[in-house]
Design a protein. Structure first.
Length: 246
């Protein structure tokens, strides 16, 4: 408790705005909740704009709940003479449940929502720092979190597109063409590491596979991206649909 008080009093934003932000009063409570809602709304909008599994309201509710729990924890610790917090652990468990539900599996056996789940956990911690009155820490965490979510995807896409390994979702008109596809891939300088039949498409009339590929040709490694390789494979007449799994 003493360490938390020291962090609060040394906060530059607190010294700038005033010590009232650290007192257990109505204005400081409203301020912390408002900051929580505003900051996580920005993060939630970023996730929603990309049609991720958890949207604006989910992020705001997670952070709001964490902020309120932390404020109650601090109040209880002061009232009981510095005992361990109780409600923060409950908030973390609740966030874990929501995060787990946000991890979805698509019809093509792709895992979706891992980044969103991690972002929900991060917003839980953001709510804790807001509820604890650590405004500078909150601002720093928020800026880094927003940069990670908005700027890193382009870097991640570039690195994945230059990797020698990738997975594709392949839909063939008939399963008899799978051997032809493997033969053509090998001639192009690609190695088929694994082929998995997708049972979700049984009865559709299509033969659907998840295929793991390694680029072996030095020329392909140096000059061709995954998109260019996939476009070349798409020109085969017996392919109904082909895309990289991300």
């Amino acid at each position: 408790m003493e360490a938390l008080t020291l962090l609060q009093t040394s906060d530059p934003i607190v010294r700038w705005i005033g010590s009232w932000t650290q007192e257990p009063n109505t204005l400081s409570i409203i301020l912390r909740i408002a900051i929580s809602v505003v900051l996580t709304s920005i993060i939630g909008c970023e996730r929603s704009s990309k049609r991720h599994s958890a949207g604006l309201r989910t992020f705001v509710l997670i952070s709001f709940f964490s902020t309120v729990c932390m404020m109650l924890d601090i109040y209880l610790m002061r009232a009981q003479g510095g005992s361990l917090p109780l409600l923060s652990a409950a908030a973390i468990v609740s966030a874990a449940m929501v995060s787990g539900n946000s991890v979805l599996f698509s019809s093509r056996s792709q895992i979706k929502g891992l980044t969103t789940s991690a972002a929900l956990w991060a917003c839980t911690c953001l709510g804790f720092t807001i509820g604890a009155g650590l405004y500078t820490v909150t601002l720093v965490v928020f800026v880094f979190l927003l940069c990670i979510l908005s700027a890193f995807p382009s870097i991640e896409v570039y690195l994945k597109n230059r990797s020698n390994h990738f997975e594709i979702h392949l839909e063939l008109i008939n399963s008899e063409y799978l051997r032809d596809f493997v033969t053509v891939s090998r001639r192009l300088g690609l190695r088929i590491d694994d082929i998995e039949s997708n049972q979700a498409y049984l009865g559709s009339g299509l033969s659907v596979y998840t295929i793991t590929i390694t680029i072996c040709s030095p020329e392909l490694k140096k000059y061709k991206t995954h998109r260019e390789i996939i476009e070349a494979l798409k020109s085969l007449d017996y392919i109904y649909h082909l895309e990289e799994m991300v």
